[in-house]
Design a protein around this ligand. Sequence first.
Ligand code: ZN
Length: 390
Amino acid sequence: MSRHAITGATLFDGTTAPPLPGHTVVWEGDRITWVGPDGGADTAGAETVAAGGASLLPGLIDAHVHLCFDATIEGIDGVADEPMEEVRERSAVNAARLLAAGITTARDQGSRDGVAVEIAAAQARGDLVGARIIAAGRGITPTGGHGWMIGVEADGPDAVRAAVAGEVARGAAVIKLFPTGGVLGTGSHGYDVVMSADELAAATDEAHRLGVLVAAHVHGPVGIEMSLDAGIDTIEHATGITAEQARRAAGQGVALVPTLTGIDVMIEQTGALPADLRSRAEEVAAAAAAGIRIAIAEGARVLAGTDSGTPFNPPGLLAREMRLLAGLGMGNAGAIAAATSLVADTLRVPGRGVIREGSFADLLLVDGDPLTDLAALERPRMVVQDGVVR
Ligand SMILES: [Zn+2]
């Protein structure tokens, strides 16, 4: 079995614990076998990299991506008309781009025809290199609802329950619902709630019965309240969450994935954005920031996800999301946990998102100190996935 070591690293273990300078990590095959101060491990015979004080973190985890989109405005609806071969090809390329950016795992939150499930399967066979994908398959949305181009349309609790079972049977590792409208693309808009309490309850019950978690795309307090009532596991976007709802989310163990990057990259576009989309985006950005600041203060679990694939939001902007979350009160150490250990724990991927003996060797080596500047994460020096140097 191949044996590797990184010595002289400043170790960030994926929790909010202070980094440890002068540390060595040894791994054999895909598992970390030793973590400790330099000189404490026998690295003879190991392929060794001297980090020279660089920062070593767990490979990052993006909690919300869309592999199938091309990061353009037209691409959102346009993906519905593309040949599947092109969609598949782009999805594979996007998974590779995520990995190159130090993102060793990503949760896809809805793809045309569930193509992300095929990507995950190809990776599991060893046929494709890229960020390890946890795929939602097709999102479940009412007829004409937001996300229809990456969804399966279902109306009524029975149809929604059947759609959940169908996606799991097709290989979905998580279920995605679209209970409210969106700010992008066609279909239902904004805070409009388009799924009933009965539909949400049926979806959650069926998914949990089948052993998978449920994520819901939700803008606005009404949709958030319904999602909390239904026992949704992760609330995506969570725009306009109230303090009381944040406390409830914290108490129920519901995680929030704000995806602030998706809006942030849009409002910095001047000219490229149609006026109506721009004003909607600005409105959502303000409401999202205010709500997430409250949620962080109230102790809700907030995870880093980019919504990559949406307009002007190519794969790999996770450090940007981390900066945005840090600025809303999480701090840099909190943001690192929000992109590593907390995501792995929430998504139930044991042995990922942490650096400790026995965990998987998913590692990211960067120059600079992410505790003082998260932009350091945008300059990966070395990416290791399942023990393999990529
Ligand atoms: Zn999304």
